[in-house]
Design a protein around this ligand. Sequence first.
Ligand SMILES: NC(=O)c1ccc[n+]([C@@H]2O[C@H](COP(=O)([O-])OP(=O)(O)OC[C@H]3O[C@@H](n4cnc5c(N)ncnc54)[C@H](O)[C@@H]3O)[C@@H](O)[C@H]2O)c1
Length: 366
Amino acid sequence: MECQVTFVEATAMPARTVLVTGGAGYVGSHAVVQLLSQGHEVVVVDNLVNAPRGNDAASPLTECLRRVQEIAGKTLNFHQMDIMDRSQLDRVFACYSFDYVMHFAALKAVGESVEKPLLYYKNNVGGSITLLEAMKDHNVKKLIYSSSATVYGTPQKLPLTEDHPTGVNCTNPYGKSKYFVEEILKDLVTSDKEWRAVSLRYFNPVGAHESGLIGEDPQGVPSNLMPYIAQVAVGRRPRLQVFGDDYDTPDGTGVRDYIHIQDLAVGHLAAARKLLDPCFQGFRAYNLGTGSGLSVLQLVQAFEKASGRQVPYEVVGRRPGDIAYCYSSASLAKRELGWQAQKGVDEMCESVWRWQSKNPNGYRSS
Ligand SMILES: NC(=O)c1ccc[n+]([C@@H]2O[C@H](COP(=O)([O-])OP(=O)(O)OC[C@H]3O[C@@H](n4cnc5c(N)ncnc54)[C@H](O)[C@@H]3O)[C@@H](O)[C@H]2O)c1
């Protein structure tokens, strides 16, 4: 494996070398833009299981990562590999001297996880264990983990605070895989005081980079609401299906806490500052959400306003396991990370529309 070293400009924060697993995906790519823009050296590993290569198969980078470099005006290092492959991980760890790891790589389709639980546990839990073993052996013991609001299961109390029980009523293997890895991280930091881990529990990431160059590019039928709405607006799909309009909410549709992807990416930099603070020890989980909710129909209306297009929809039956409300308390991240979401629903929808209208077929159209 070739070792490339990229020299970066000095910035106020000391430049770090960061391993980013799953950095060719939706959330990871936006975090990589932030890291590069702040002058850090970034090494992405991704097996591309859920990241399209783009049209130029001969390029060493995916189309998404090429655009990440274009936005940041900096280069990154990319290795196409699976985090379950310990020998490949060892080669990457031997090539660089990492300060910490941001771990995004996972499979994330809730429905698929119900059909293929072993695949999800092997990839998300097994892959995380293999990564942690490699980190331990190469003495890189600082991790930022992509967790999810799904670890809370069905909310017993709203807004969801970080001390809400986790793992209880987690109804699908995907959510459980996120919960299991958090538990593994807690045990790991207890066993060895050198380990530090920050788990970021995302609520509903939406939006795209303001340039319209990178955004969410689901493979096949989108399982999340926002990319589905965007594909309807751009004419790729005839209509949106709204799962139930008889919930106990103002307009009867489900309410969720949507967070702009750029706010989420900035949240990772805030978490990295925490992780590297010499006073920080052990494991800490933070919600990354806005602290308030939007209904399905509110999101549809905001998208119609942003795009000037109609988003036809039909109401169908509720989906099993869906709940009326889910939203975060965002106060712990504000207090301890100095981070707070800045962007509202209009910016979320405008950025998605810019991305979707410029790239109706995602990264494949370029
Ligand atoms: N997007 C969301 O709605 C959401 C919400 C909560 C949590 N998360 C978590 O955030 C993280 C990133 O999510 P995303 O939306 O960017 O998903 P994504 O699928 O766009 O990105 C994940 C990336 O990981 C890669 N990957 C998967 N398994 C791998 C493996 N074994 N080895 C190497 N690479 C592998 C995929 O190719 C993909 O590029 C995931 O851990 C996900 O569980 C996402």
